[in-house]
Design a binder for this molecule. Structure first.
Ligand SMILES: [Fe+2]
Length: 228
């Protein structure tokens, strides 16, 4: 038995090629039904000008995000079509179902990310989030140290603060790529993109400097509203 990667390599199709193969007949359909597309890319251009993030870096990042929105719609539409045509038992259906988590989370996580940027002035130390951090980590500073340590781990992915809604506990997680390692039953509070595209244009390999810039721009009031 071969695994998924081997299957894709064997048939010479990467995920994108597979997607394109099925999306070709849908192009015309998209043009007709563009208003029915379930997801629309949000406009985050108001972030342009924030300290420590160049316009070039942000615009590239917005474009990448828009690609996830487009692909999420394409994957969902293709899967819907395959269901209607009774093609659920084929390998292509299974591969697109696997890909959906990547594209959807690529879209949604970037929305959380851009929406938790654009703030100034640091966390309100007497606010409910800072108090909860102190409760769960000992102090805000201890939480920040832990979160930054997650962000500087080798590899590409996300540093994410989650709240376990079963007991309210705050936990920092390393999210490996978009669709792996998210804790079930938890609510996303704060997320930091540490894929190379998020910082290399401005910082090269100096990821720690990017993380400092990220912290200067966290929109803590938006973040705090995510707390349950
Ligand atoms: Fe990103």
């Amino acid at each position: 038995m071969i695994n998924r990667r081997e299957f894709l390599a064997t048939i010479g199709l990467g995920g994108t090629a597979l997607l394109l193969a099925y999306s070709v007949p849908l192009e015309a359909k998209f043009k007709k039904e563009v208003m029915a597309m379930p997801y629309t890319a949000k406009d985050y251009s108001k972030l342009i000008g924030i300290e420590g993030f160049s316009e070039t870096l942000l615009k590239n990042h917005f474009t990448l995000y828009q690609g996830y929105v487009t692909n999420t719609n394409k994957v969902l539409d293709t899967l819907e079509q395959m269901l209607k045509e009774g093609k659920t038992g084929v390998l292509e259906f299974a591969e697109l179902k696997r890909r959906l988590g990547w594209e959807f989370n690529g879209m949604r996580l970037h929305e959380y990310y851009f929406e938790n940027l654009g703030g100034k002035g640091g966390i309100n130390k007497v606010g409910k989030l800072a108090k909860k951090m102190a409760e769960d980590f000992g102090s805000y500073e201890a939480w920040e140290k832990d979160f930054k340590a997650v962000g500087t781990m080798r590899g590409i992915g996300w540093a994410a603060l989650y709240q376990d809604i079963t007991n309210g506990k705050l936990i920092n997680f390393w999210i490996n790529e978009h669709d792996v390692s998210h804790p079930a039953g938890c609510n996303l509070i704060l997320i930091m993109d540490v894929f190379e595209h998020a910082f290399m244009i401005d910082y090269g390999l100096k990821r720690a400097d990017y993380i400092e810039a990220f912290f200067k721009n966290i929109n803590w009031s938006a973040v705090e509203t995510r707390l349950k």
